[in-house]
Design a protein around this ligand. Structure first.
Ligand code: ADP
Ligand code: ZN
Length: 685
């Protein structure tokens, strides 16, 4: 009899199976260890998932054991990386299984891209966290106090939803909670959307917790990221602040996870591992047995629904701190404005008389103005009035956007071409522009307000954090009078002197083919409104918000104007329930892509066909709604033709099984065709 000591390893390769290796006689590895193993002709890193013993009798099981002996041995134990704890690994296994992402590629996300270096060279760049901090404490409001106490009253894992209006002091609540966690010698994780990781916020944390903060965001160098990772892993820092990927940093004795702006769709990663950071945070809290706090002024309907069902503890902050008033919101009907066109002084079509007057008023009182337009460029598109032709991207099925009055850009693949004047289709019409973008607004503003300093914040103008930080600093120092931007400026920013906010074309996202279009509009309007008058006292005039729209009766506008999140949620949840959309049912989107149209189409119908066959065979799958295949709203993107199938079911477990069964042997998928599975999709385009 021979006893084999085996280790089962998740290897860093796109395979779903866990591979088996012999233990190396020179050392023994355990679950969670990082090892180097042979894979084909390569050597790859992997994480040990389990170990086992197997006894074989070479005489009886000759054939079988021949195979056993072909099992290779682990090459080495990588002692640089810490062993992953059992509960953290369980969480990783859940992530891999739920999102159907290969386990070895999932575990690999836990480690920084560079090796540790013992001797650190002094970086010439400023440190990630500002130095010389001072500790500032605040006297909490009653609402803040109640919220902190209620969260602390629950021990172990629980999910809390903090619904607090903009400026109600949610961040202060988080700071208090982290304080307690550190006092218990535990660590904290604070997750935010990338865009909210502003110096304003990091500063607030650094002031409260001097020398305790590590930060992970997308614009660190690999070396900086690696260093921040070790600061947490080696217990030198106790609070990790980061965007969604910070979840994968293996934090020992985690005592609290906070997910701020939990409604943000940027918590969802759209490629590779298509995980939702908020949902994964809740699961990590569950496996780590620590509380998870979700915060927002406009909670996602998923979270709100869970709070209504009692799955989450709900805490509400209904007032701004120091009874500062919420802004007053006015809605301007741009349809009427159009009729007044002739009476208008020389203002451009996108600017109502009301907003124009209010801007002049604010500027004359040395107050700042911010304008939101969720679209970049000069104009939306170039269009031929004779034949209706519009200039589209040759790689993607969407219109090109005019930039700098000279070239056309595809916002998906960055294709560029020079502007044309004659229509290439009918060869008669003169191409004209329709629509509006931030660049055009800025140009018009310069003529309307020649003495004001105007800044633009969108992805064309601002490509790095440093650039965003510069704009923020200038806003803080009153060096900018008018800020025009996309949703980049709608979130998290806190400027004392900003008292007027204009939403130029609130309608932009109303008609997207997305069941969340209303919810997203409501969130954007409310968040952007929340930037206005954040620091005015009770006896001062409140901040002002002017919403320009062609759809004054749209629900997202009506409820946002009334500051009525709950009313909006109730109404919208009613629609969702009727149509079996989340949060009532679970969704999975299957995207089928190929450079060959026919092949994409056939693969999509084959997927659907296999699915329907399974439904006939197994009763458990009967209830699944299989919609499609249909041409995706973005029918062609970066030269790939795209089809999609939508699956709906009340139980995610069943959907998961169903998709795995269909994909089981993926040999049926033709070459150069990709099937992308997106669980709980946010982006349905
Ligand atoms: P939110 O995160 O809910 O939008 P913040 O935490 O940013 O709100 O608070 C809004 C503003 O009020 C910030 O400038 C913050 O420093 C201040 N603030 C928060 N709590 C208090 C308090 N208890 N007393 C005085 N000011 C406070
Ligand atoms: Zn394109």
């Amino acid at each position: 009899m021979i006893v084999h000591q085996l280790a089962h390893v998740a290897v860093d390769a796109p395979i779903h199976d866990i591979l088996t290796y012999h233990q190396n006689p020179e050392f023994t590895v355990q679950r969670g260890d990082v090892v180097l193993v042979p894979l084909g002709k390569r050597r790859v890193l992997g994480v040990v998932i389990s170990t086992s013993e197997q006894t074989t009798n070479p005489e009886i099981e000759e054939a079988a054991s021949a195979k056993k002996f072909s099992i290779k041995a682990i090459i080495s134990l990588d002692e640089e990386w810490p062993r992953l704890s059992d509960h953290f690994l369980k969480w990783l296994e859940w992530v891999s299984d739920y999102y159907m992402h290969p386990i070895g590629l999932t575990t690999q996300l836990c480690f920084p891209s560079l090796r540790k270096i013992a001797k650190e060279r002094k970086s010439s760049r400023p440190s990630v966290v500002p130095e010389n901090q001072k500790r500032i404490f605040r006297h909490l409001t009653d609402e803040q106090n109640n919220c902190v106490a209620a969260i602390q009253a629950v021990s172990g894992f629980a999910t809390h939803l903090v619904h607090g209006v903009t400026g109600s002091g949610k961040t202060e609540v988080y700071l208090q909670l982290f304080e307690k966690v550190l006092a218990e010698n535990k660590k904290g994780l604070f997750l935010l959307p990338e865009i909210s990781l502003t110096p304003q916020l990091i500063q607030r944390f650094a002031e409260r917790f001097p020398d305790q903060i590590a930060v992970l965001h997308s614009q660190l160098t690999d070396r900086e990221r690696t260093n921040q990772w070790w600061q947490i892993v080696e217990n030198k820092k106790n609070i990790l602040i980061g965007a969604r990927s910070a979840l994968f940093c293996p934090i020992e004795s985690l005592g609290l996870i906070v997910v701020d702006e939990e409604h943000e769709s940027s918590f969802k990663q759209d490629e590779k591992l298509k995980y939702n950071g908020r949902d994964c945070a809740i699961m990590l809290g569950r496996y780590s047995n620590c509380p998870v706090v979700l915060g927002s002024a406009t909670p996602s309907l998923e979270s709100w629904h869970n709070a209504q069902l009692g799955k989450y503890h709900l805490h509400q902050l209904k007032k701004r701190v120091q009874d500062r008033p919420l802004p007053s919101i006015e809605v301007v009907d741009m349809r009427l404005e159009k009729e007044n066109e002739k009476k208008k002084q020389n203002t451009p079509f996108w600017l109502s008389e009301n907003l124009y007057q209010s801007m002049q008023n604010s500027l004359s009182q040395n107050e700042q103005v911010a304008l939101l337009l969720n679209r970049r460029g000069m104009a939306h598109m170039l269009f031929c009035p004779s034949c209706g032709y519009s200039v589209e991207c040759p790689n993607c099925d969407i219109s090109l956007t005019l930039h700098a009055n000279s070239h056309l850009v595809c916002h998906y693949c960055d294709y560029h071409e020079n502007i044309k004047s004659k229509c290439p289709d009918c060869k008669e019409g003169e191409l004209t522009t329709i629509g509006l973008g931030t660049e055009k607004v800025e140009e018009d503003l310069k003529i309307l307000f020649p003495h004001a300093v105007i800044a633009r914040a969108d992805r064309d103008e601002i490509q790095t954090r440093a650039q965003l930080e510069e704009v923020i600093q200038k806003m803080e120092n009153n060096e900018i009078q008018i800020l025009i931007g996309t949703q980049m400026i709608a979130k998290g920013l806190d400027f004392t002197n900003l008292k007027l906010v204009g939403l130029l074309l609130a309608d932009i996202s109303f008609n997207l083919p997305d069941f969340r279009a209303s919810e997203k509009s409501f969130q954007l309007i409310t968040q952007m409104s929340g930037r206005s008058g954040r620091h005015v006292a009770l006896d001062e005039a409140p901040g002002k918000v002017i919403i320009q729209t062609y759809n004054t009766e749209h629900e997202s506008i009506v409820y946002a104007q009334a500051h009525d999140y709950e009313g909006f949620a109730q109404k919208e949840l009613g629609y969702r329930q009727q149509l079996n959309y989340p949060p009532f049912h679970k969704l999975a989107a299957i995207r089928i892509q190929s450079t060959d149209l026919e092949r994409a189409k056939q693969t999509a119908s084959q997927f659907a066909h296999r699915g329907r066959a399974l439904q006939q065979k197994y009763a458990a799958f009967n209830q699944i709604e299989l919609l499609g295949p249909a041409v995706a709203p973005l029918a062609k993107l970066r030269n790939q033709f795209r089809f999609h199938i939508l699956l709906k079911n009340s139980q995610s477990q069943i959907l998961n099984q169903f998709i795995k069964r269909i994909m089981h042997d993926s040999k049926w998928v033709p070459p150069q065709t990709k099937i992308v599975i997106d669980i709980d999709p946010i982006n349905l385009l």
